[in-house]
Write a protein that binds this ligand. Structure first.
Ligand SMILES: *Cc1c(COP(=O)(O)O)cnc(C)c1O
Length: 422
């Protein structure tokens, strides 16, 4: 499938029915698989033969979607999880344990921020937060002996910071650690971080990949490029006693990271996606290449409109010319950024809330990145515990509205904004 272009991969990668088999990826709604001999099942457990034995570890429907997403991102394989949060957690735990340290971009999704600074801390993993714009020297100063990875978002949620992936990958590799990239907002249609040196790519598939706000999910994609034979990554290159002494780098070669994540962490933690959700995700992926450009086209029109309206105090959309990240957008996101815009409205918090309540087409939702236009006022919802002063520190001004522009007609979306502003 690799020889095909990304539009074709969206539609067809991951599943090749044989003569007389279903044309559409079937939902294998079965936890278990039948075999004729115990010896065969033993071989499956020992990973000597390929096959399915229990859906917590692998399932044919999920497998087809994993192969498709790996093809879209240019990785050697992928593992789907029950949510984006689970994908982030499993990817980190795969190489970090109590006493370890990681460096993360400070411009990340709120849920990831909580996972890193609260829950990982409780597990004994320390996180240093650095803004992706910081110099190599600032990043270097954060490196410790026990630093295991660098984590960034291609296009951050909700602040829309664009990461200089190639520079950060070079920095990570100079220090013998991998670069993990959360590519949720950009999607492989707009950016493939592996091409710029990322070693592990993760997604919340609950956003554009599914695209319809129908199914929660996550995925970890392995680029297969990082050499895990290092004192830093003993869990990958020394025997795993919980898997009768398997050495992942020997057993799986380039796919060591992914194999460990699956047979060790998914086995033990069980954040498995349901076959039914994998089916829905696959249907979503079949139109990803059509939806993403439309989201971007519509968002750009809305951002351009907003930037000209004097009732709007500021607009942040990386796809808008003159944006702070214009140069990085040209390099990493030349075909579009995403459907997400943030903007401020004159009159602050009250005006923002009044404006949102008057929208008719755009709905107030906590979600982003699905087919329908949605808006959120973080200061009165997701960030409502914070004082105005704390809000500004967190980059969420009281007047900030986050709009996730959908794939409706752009004129209708703009007309809705016009009537609400009026
Ligand atoms: C939503 C989101 C997540 C978390 O994903 P869930 O599927 O909601 O668990 C992680 N990263 C980014 C960038 C997100 O937008």
């Amino acid at each position: 499938m690799e020889q095909y272009k990304i539009n074709t991969l969206c539609v067809q990668a991951g599943y090749k029915p044989k003569n007389g088999e279903p044309r559409v990826v079937p939902i294998c709604q079965s936890t278990t698989y039948k075999y004729d001999s115990s010896a065969t099942v033993g071989k499956l457990f020992d990973l000597e033969e390929e096959g399915f034995f229990y859906t917590r570890i692998a399932n044919p429907t999920v497998d087809a979607v994993e192969k498709k997403i790996a093809a879209l991102e240019g990785g050697i394989g992928a593992m789907c999880t029950s949510s984006g949060q689970a994908a982030t957690l499993l990817s980190v735990l795969n190489i970090c344990q109590s006493g370890d340290h990681l460096i993360s971009s400070s411009a990340i999704y709120g849920g990831t921020m909580n996972l890193f600074t609260v829950t990982l801390k409780k597990l004994g993993i320390e996180v240093t937060l650095i803004h992706p714009d910081a110099s190599d020297e600032e990043f270097q100063a954060a490196i410790q002996k026990n630093t295991k990875l660098l984590f960034v978002e291609t296009l951050s949620n909700p602040s829309l910071v664009v990461a200089d992936i190639e520079r950060l990958a070079l920095f990570a590799h100079r220090n013998g650690i991998p670069l993990f990239v959360d590519n949720t907002f950009a999607t492989p249609i707009n950016c493939q971080p592996i091409k710029f040196g990322a070693d592990v790519v993760i997604h919340s598939t609950s956003k554009y990949l599914d695209g319809h706000a129908a199914a929660l999910g996550g995925v970890i994609v392995d680029a297969g490029t990082f050499d895990w034979n290092s004192e830093k990554f003993l869990g990958l290159c020394t025997p795993d006693e919980s898997y009768h002494g398997m050495i992942y780098t020997k057993a799986a070669g380039k796919a060591a990271f992914l194999m460990k994540a699956r047979v060790q962490l998914m086995r033990d933690l069980g954040s498995t996606p349901s076959p039914n959700n994998a089916f829905l995700l696959n249907i979503g992926l079949e139109t990803l290449h059509l939806r993403v450009p439309r989201h971007c086209e519509n968002a750009k029109k809305v951002a351009e409109y907003l930037s000209k309206d004097e009732r709007i105090s500021w607009v942040n959309y990386p796809g808008l010319s003159g944006n702070y990240y214009e140069d990085l957008v040209k390099k990493y996101l030349p075909n579009g950024t995403s459907g997400v815009i943030s903007f401020g409205i004159k009159g602050g918090r009250e005006a923002a809330m009044r404006f949102m309540d008057r929208l008719k087409l755009a709905a107030i939702v906590v979600h982003v990145a699905d087919a329908r236009t949605g808006v959120l006022h973080p200061a009165s919802t997701t960030h409502r515990q914070l004082t105005d002063e704390q809000l500004i520190k967190a980059g969420v001004t009281p007047d900030l509205i986050r709009m996730s522009v959908g794939i409706e007609d752009a004129e209708d979306i703009i007309d809705d904004i016009k009537q609400a502003l009026a």
